[in-house]
Design a protein around this ligand. Structure first.
Ligand code: AMP
Length: 419
């Protein structure tokens, strides 16, 4: 019995990798267009980092972390806390009071695997740290919109809300708890636990009868101060000017405790049950909470597996990988060695080439050249080596051209550049 990969993980085979690489290249370009700079952090962090930032009572921290060495370290389940840890630790704040950072990295959560939900998954994310200007929210959201546009993703709903400051939320939660306590015998087991530990998350319930109960519950927005409301109004106004369509959802809450003020999520019908493509929001207290000088911030993260799923579903035209330009069909040991040297010369000119390493017959080598869709084939045998000339066969029209060994690399280079 062979050993299989762990549940909830994926193998990206070469055919998948070219697609993923294309997605990543595009995301990097978009991030750079908005002047976001890449940051990379370790795969694991001190467990305490996630406890303190994401929150003890969240699903991620209480149930889903891959921790080891007596709970000292944890494979990162998300990237905002590590980015902020690195930002503080490396004094980025002193370098420039406003930082725009992006990442593409793998995350680990011990969730129940299903379509679009994995235990190891990849996220592209952006974090803008150091300003509470509503323009930052709007620009960051427009980066998300640009991303959808660039990939031709249209069938989405962009939901936005404001969840206020910790104080505003605390006032609201007192009333929410009071309200929900009346329905104690109707709430699910999960919600009853959350009522004690993390009542805000109940707003996120997907159960019909709980949604019904929540219809008459207190609304967080009514507990917000004019300042918070005006920040939100300004964000919405900027989104209208940028012609970004949104839906306000006063019940939208997110899974981590560090969020404040603006929160948002982008959902797609093409995804099934796990329908969020990306989500994020402000986390104005996190830097301070993790020991830095206070710095308001905002970010979002997008799941690359989900992005890929949508693109596959929409028959997105991925570019094909670069073709092999020259395939060397060889006859005999000397020809093989001679070809190896020719390939070295071509590669030094940046030209992609390949040959046979399985001692196959000439016929099978030709078949292989066809199979991998090589542009040109060169057959090398004793004659070719003796005469120092060889035939280059163009595989698309079967035209042949004889070239001298001495001129070959220059010819190949010119020919390649001419395309
Ligand atoms: P979060 O970090 O939970 O705010 O999630 C941000 C985005 O990451 C989601 O919108 C998804 O696209 C993606 N994501 C989160 N959890 C998973 C998972 N278990 N598997 C795949 N993608 C995920």
């Amino acid at each position: 019995m062979y050993i299989q990969r762990p549940k909830g993980t994926q193998d990206l085979l070469p055919i998948d990798s070219v697609k993923r690489q294309h997605i990543e290249d595009k995301l990097r370009k978009i991030a750079s267009l908005f002047n976001y700079k890449e940051i990379r952090t370790p795969t694991f962090e001190k467990t305490e980092l996630f406890r303190r930032s994401i929150g003890e009572e969240t699903d991620v921290v209480s149930k889903e972390m891959y921790s080891f060495k007596d709970d000292e370290f944890t494979l990162k389940p998300e990237m905002t806390a590590p980015v902020i840890r690195a930002y503080i630790e490396n004094g980025l704040q002193n370098e420039s009071p406003f930082q725009k950072l992006y990442y593409i990295a793998n995350m680990y959560r011990h969730e129940r695997p299903q379509a679009g939900r994995y235990r190891e998954f990849s996220q592209f994310g952006v974090e803008a740290i150091g300003s509470n200007d509503y323009l930052v929210d709007a620009e960051l959201i427009s980066l998300g919109a640009k991303m959808l546009n660039e990939f031709g993703i249209g069938n989405i709903v962009f939901k936005i809300n404001t969840i206020g400051t910790t104080e505003e939320r605390a006032r609201f939660l007192v009333d929410l708890k009071k309200y929900l306590n009346q329905y104690e015998n109707k709430l699910s087991q999960d919600s009853l636990i959350r009522l004690q530990t993390n009542p805000l998350r109940i707003l996120d319930s997907k159960t019909d009868y709980e949604i019904e109960i929540l219809k008459n519950s207190p609304v967080l927005y009514d507990y917000l101060n004019p300042e918070t409301k005006s920040h939100f109004d300004n964000v919405l106004n900027a989104l209208s000017i940028l012609e970004i369509k949104y839906e306000i959802d006063y019940r939208l809450v997110r899974g981590f405790d560090y969020y404040t003020s603006t929160t948002f999520e982008v959902l797609s019908d093409d995804l099934g049950a796990q329908n969020a493509i990306f989500g994020g929001g402000r986390y104005d207290n996190l830097v301070e909470q993790l020991g830095g000088k206070p710095a308001p911030a905002i970010g979002f993260a997008c799941g690359l597996e989900r992005l890929s799923m949508i693109l596959e579903k929409n028959n997105y035209k991925f570019p094909v990988g670069e073709k092999v330009e020259y395939y060397f069909v060889t006859m005999g040991a000397d020809a093989k060695l001679f070809s190896l040297k020719l390939m070295e010369d071509l590669r030094n000119k940046g030209i992609k080439c390949e040959t046979d390493f399985l001692n196959r017959s000439v016929k099978s080598q030709m078949k292989e050249a066809n199979k991998i869709d090589a542009k040109y084939v060169i057959v090398i045998g004793e004659n070719e080596m003796k005469e120092e000339k060889f035939k280059i066969k163009n595989m698309s029209d079967s035209m042949e051209k004889i070239v001298d060994y001495a001129d070959f690399t220059d010819y190949a280079e010119k020919n390649s550049k001419g395309k």
